[in-house]
Structures are given as C-alpha cells and as structure tokens.
Design a protein around this ligand. Structure first.
Ligand code: IPE
Ligand code: IPE
Ligand code: MG
Length: 245
C-alpha cells in the first residue's frame, strides 16, 4: 500500500485527533486508563510512519482544555503516562531525527510533566526531520484568544496599526506560527467533530475519519489516510475545471 503513495503529493502537515482510547478499553472490559496506556504504540507508529515518508509536521491532539473536566483519576493517570512516555520515547525521536514541540497552555500541566517536556524538546532541538507537535491543554479558542491578546498589546504599544492585521500576521501569532496549515486532518473512532482542535488552521484541510479506535491505529491506517487524501480534489473555492487545467 505504501508503494502507491505519490511522494510528490504528500501533505506537509498532518494533524490527528487521537480518539477512542476509552471505548477500546471498554471493549476489553478494562478501565479507561488501560486504553490510554495502549495508545502509545499508535503514537510511535504514526510518528515513525510520517518520518519515513518525509512528512515535515505531525500535530497530535493529546489533551484538550476540556479534558481537564474528566474525573481526577483519569486526568492524573494521563499526566503520569505523559511523563513516562516522553522519557521512554526520546530514543525513538532521536533515531528518527524527530524534533519535539508543544502547543497549548502547558503552564497548567504538573511541574514534572513540564520538566520532562522541556528536557525532550531540548534533547531533540537539533533534529531536522519531522516536527512532532503535541497539543497539550490545548484548544483552538484558547489559542485564538491568546493571539488576540498579544496582538492587542502590540497595537497598544504602537508596534502596528489595526489595519496592518491580515491573515498572515494573525497566523504568526498562533501557537503554530511558522508551520504550514495541515492539509490533512485525521480523527479516529468515527466521531465527526473538531472538538476545539486547530480551528483556524483547519479552514481548508481534508478530513479523514476512520472508524478504527486510536489504540489500533497503525502505519497502514496512516498510509490509507494519505492515499485517500491524494485522491481528493482540493478546489479552494474554484471550479473543478479551473483546478484540473
Ligand atoms: C482519546 O480517547 C484520548 C484523550 C482524549 C486523552 P478518549 O479517552 O476520548 O476515548 P473515548 O472517546 O472515550 O473512547
Ligand atoms: C478530543 O477528544 C481531545 C483529544 C483527542 C485529546 P475528546 O474525546 O475529548 O472529544 P469529545 O469530547 O468527545 O468531543
Ligand atoms: Mg473521546
């Protein structure tokens, strides 16, 4: 299947809403946390799969602003898992030339999580292949409000005028500033919603929403997603005839 992927038409940026861990655990008659623990393999497969193909950016929605409202037991387990996973995966990141980054209100994470993240970001900062961005305590509306606040301050300090604010300037104030918008967004588990993920950046992304639950997601699913993406006609408001010529 991988052989059918056209290397000249790869998305530069793939965004993923990793969903379905709880349902996966329930199917096994286990607690939700069991699903989260079994999600690490899917993260590794997706990261390595993207790195192998030469994708430049992979952004994974790992914990939303709204996820803070889950039972404390689950939130605590997710944070502990995050600390251990980052520590354990640095070698995989180095082996695959992956640079780690985060978006989101990471200051709200427990201090040991913040430390591990900073450590891994520093350890991988010279890597030149895939940029793996974890969205943690992230939501699209939070990010937009943050950008508006920072832009307002700049205007107040006279650095630019309201009339200077255009799409390019606004984008550069988002947490993803400097990254291209995702051409492809994958959400597993069959849910058909954005759940406050990259609201601005997904404006023209192609959506691919397979029924597979996140802990079962493997390289083959990633390849299938990319193949589906390559069959789509991206029109950006134009007519099909305009796009084909
Ligand atoms: C996604 O799986 C992981 C996180 C949101 C952290 P869920 O935990 O949302 O699993 P479901 O949707 O309940 O099956
Ligand atoms: C979105 O999944 C957040 C992450 C995958 C981290 P949720 O499972 O929290 O989304 P909703 O609440 O079902 O929309
Ligand atoms: Mg869910």
């Amino acid at each position: 299947m991988k052989d059918h992927i056209d290397p000249s038409n790869l998305p530069q940026h793939i965004a993923v809403i990793m969903d379905g861990n709880g349902r996966w655990a329930k199917q096994q008659g286990a607690a939700r946390v069991f699903g989260h623990r079994n999600a690490i393999k899917a993260v590794r497969e997706t990261t390595e799969g993207c790195a192998e193909l030469g994708i430049k950016y992979l952004t994974l929605y790992a914990f939303s602003t709204e996820n803070w409202n889950r039972p404390k037991l689950e939130v605590d387990a997710l944070m502990t898992l995050l600390v251990h996973t980052i520590r354990g995966e640095i070698k995989t990141l180095m082996d695959n030339n992956v640079r780690l980054a985060t978006i989101g209100n990471t200051e709200s994470l427990p201090s040991d999580c913040q430390r591990e993240l900073q450590e891994a970001i520093r350890a991988t900062e010279q890597n030149t292949g895939l940029t793996l961005t974890l969205a943690l305590s992230y939501s699209g509306r939070w990010e937009i409000i943050e950008a508006v606040r920072r832009i307002s301050t700049e205007v107040q300090q006279g650095r630019f005028q309201p009339g200077d604010i255009d799409e390019g300037l606004f984008s550069s104030y988002l947490a993803t500033g400097g990254m291209p918008d995702p051409e492809l967004m994958i959400r597993t588990s069959g849910e058909m919603r954005i759940s406050n993920f990259l609201l601005w950046q997904l404006a023209y992304s192609e959506f691919y929403m397979p029924d597979v639950l996140w802990p079962d997601f493997r390289r083959e699913h990633l390849w299938e997603a990319i193949l589906t993406y390559q069959k789509r006609e991206r029109r950006f408001g134009k007519t099909s005839e305009q796009v084909i010529k």
